[in-house]
Design a protein around this ligand. Structure first.
Ligand code: SAM
Ligand code: DTB
Ligand code: SF4
Length: 317
């Protein structure tokens, strides 16, 4: 789709947009299923990048404590707990600019191997990757790689100056070439324009293949970061963004990501109606709080949703 076409969708009257997105969702996916994904921050804080939203950037004083890399055993224990709580995907995040070929990376490879053995979809988000590194992760059993575009190409340098939009695209290319599935989305509420949101969806949906998953995050404004005073995005903007993403990428798993803690059950229900079919569960995202698993299970019960099984789209597993 062109930017003009995506703009037309984005600007539809909200109820029309939700109805259209719900229709696309029902025609393409099992709409009663929602993927439950859990996050583990395997290496927290102290990052050299200047991402204006991020609590883990070393240069901002956000109060996030720097933690050395977790032990493989600790990660496996948390992964097992997440699986028992209904998660089918586990995403391991590191506050790195890029992966380096060192002992830390060897340990990530061990973690991937161990979590893969639990029969969960293993995902990593470690910053920029070379093709070689992506291949090593794939060989260890990695299923997905998360690498967000975060905003439009035009807005990128207003948010991050320590790397470029093209660097991001290059990593996505390396990930795809290594036969990993791609998870890439962004954040709303950074002070971007609607054209920036549309531009980001335009880039994602015009990649050689749609990302298998697209996380949509609402900015969690963090004290100490340049974006600390950003106003919270309204739920209507979140619904509009999710609905447009659903229509533009009909079969992609659209994740209602950061920002759920501030949303009521009814507001989240609208997001599911509009095509969201994945969440992060567990009481912590990477460094910020998230709804409790008990509340989320109750939400699934009330809305008649069921957790999606791992490897749903794999013909043989
Ligand atoms: N360092 C790696 C990278 O930047 O690709 C991986 C971890 S980074 C924390 C992963 C993603 O978390 C970012 O791309 C961004 O979309 C999201 N994120 C970070 N801080 C956030 C915030 N305050 N609010 C919403 N999303 C945030
Ligand atoms: C994504 O799109 N959102 C997640 C995950 N991918 C890595 C991270 C959200 C982080 C929110 C801020 C924090 O908890 O530090
Ligand atoms: Fe570092 Fe990633 Fe945070 Fe940017 S988003 S500061 S690269 S951890």
């Amino acid at each position: 789709m062109t930017k003009v076409e995506i703009t037309e969708i984005y600007n539809r009257p909200l109820l029309d947009l939700i109805y259209d997105a719900a229709t696309v969702h029902r025609n393409n996916n099992d709409y009663s299923e929602v993927q439950i994904s859990s996050l583990i921050s395997i290496k927290t804080g102290g990052c050299s990048e200047d991402c204006a939203y991020c609590p883990q950037a070393a240069r901002y004083h956000t109060g996030v404590e720097v933690h050395a890399m977790m032990k493989v055993g600790e990660v496996v224990e948390l992964a097992q707990k997440a699986k028992q709580a209904g998660s089918s995907r586990l995403c391991m995040g590191a506050a790195w600019r890029e992966v380096r070929d060192n002992r830390d990376f060897d340990r990530v490879i061990e973690m991937v191997t161990a979590v893969n053995a639990l029969d969960m979809e293993v995902c990593c988000t470690l910053g920029m990757l070379t093709f070689n590194q992506a291949t090593k992760l794939k060989e260890a059993g990695l299923y997905a790689y998360n690498h967000n575009l975060d905003t439009s190409e035009e807005n990128y340098s207003n948010i991050i100056t320590t790397r470029t939009f093209d660097d991001r695209l290059q990593t996505l290319h390396n990930v795809r070439k290594a036969n990993l599935t791609v998870c890439s989305g962004g954040i709303i509420g950074l002070g971007e324009t609607e054209q920036d949101r549309i531009g980001m969806l335009h880039t994602l949906s015009n990649l050689p293949q749609h990302p298998e998953s697209v996380p949509i995050n609402a900015l969690v404004a963090i004290k100490g970061t340049p974006l600390e005073n950003q106003q919270r995005v309204s739920v209507w903007e979140m619904v509009r963004m999710i609905a447009t993403t659903r229509i533009v990428m009909p079969k992609t798993v659209v994740r209602l990501s950061a920002g759920r803690l501030e949303m009521s059950l009814a507001e989240q229900a609208l997001c599911f109606m509009a095509g969201a079919n994945s969440i992060f569960a567990g009481d912590k995202l990477l460094t910020t709080p998230n709804p409790s698993i008990v509340d989320d299970m109750q939400m699934f019960e009330i809305l008649g949703l069921k957790p999606r099984k791992a490897f749903k789209n794999e013909p043989v597993h």
